[in-house]
Design a protein around this ligand. Structure first.
Ligand code: 13P
Length: 237
């Protein structure tokens, strides 16, 4: 079964180091005949029209639902189009919790980009205090994060990223991933990735969890050799 691996650079890498990373990864993928989908989400300043020969797709970590306009600090469709970028992350927990994006705003952003055909990685996941309240609370939280989201959108890739597992080194157990993915899949039948402290040491176990179609990786994706070792796991599976 093919798997989707995606690298979220967050606020890491420069324009130069991103270009070098993509060139190295592209070369490795060609040499090894790697054909499964691989997405890279660099910071805005590193976006470009990368001429890769492999299945690498470059996306944006965010964009404002506008073609252009007065939205200081944001980029719109015009800036994405310049580089042929047709993939974005929406709903990442860092934007929800650190930057205050509400579900209402996220849903309107989602709708705007679906109307323009972009591929959307839609991120959901509960904070620790919700997980501690048990499965039913997690389910309710997930349902809320799907409010206003057209879950039948054909270019939608879902990502389940429990907030307590992001950047903490605390990965969800395969059992918890399987259970939560089953809940999400019952609400939305689209490819579903897991994200949260995925790394070379645990990716094999995570990818073999039933209902897991790939991984959205932060920290462990920033080093190209670590990313390559995770791609090797996909080949070996
Ligand atoms: P980490 O892999 O650093 O936990 O980050 C996950 C994430 O937020 C990917 O979007």
């Amino acid at each position: 079964m093919s798997k989707i691996l995606a690298a979220n650079f967050k606020t890491n890498h420069t324009r130069a180091s991103t270009a070098e990373y993509i060139a190295q990864l592209d070369q490795w993928m060609q040499k090894n005949g790697y054909r499964d989908e691989v997405y890279i989400f660099p910071p805005f300043t590193a976006l470009d029209s990368f001429e890769t020969k492999s299945s690498i797709v470059v996306g944006a970590q965010n964009a404002y639902p506008t073609v252009k306009g007065s939205f200081t600090g944001e980029i719109g469709l015009e800036q994405l189009d310049e580089f042929g970028i047709k993939t974005i992350l929406v709903g990442h927990s860092e934007r929800r919790h650190l930057l205050g994006e509400t579900q209402e705003f996220i849903a309107s952003k989602y709708r705007w980009f679906t109307e323009r055909g972009l591929t959307i990685f839609y991120c959901i996941g509960e904070p620790l205090e919700v997980r501690e309240q048990g499965e039913e609370a997690v389910r309710r939280y997930i349902v809320e994060q799907l409010e206003g989201i057209d879950t039948s959108y054909e270019n939608l890739i879902m990502a389940y990223e429990p907030v307590w597992a992001i950047g903490t080194g605390k990965t969800a157990t395969p059992k918890l991933i399987e259970k939560t993915h089953a809940v999400i899949k019952s609400l939305c039948d689209r490819p579903l990735l897991y994200g949260g402290s995925v790394k070379p040491a645990n990716i094999e176990e995570i990818l073999s969890t039933p209902g897991c179609d790939g991984a959205l990786i932060g920290t462990a994706s920033w080093d190209v050799s670590s990313m390559v070792s995770m791609l090797e796991t996909v080949i070996e599976q």
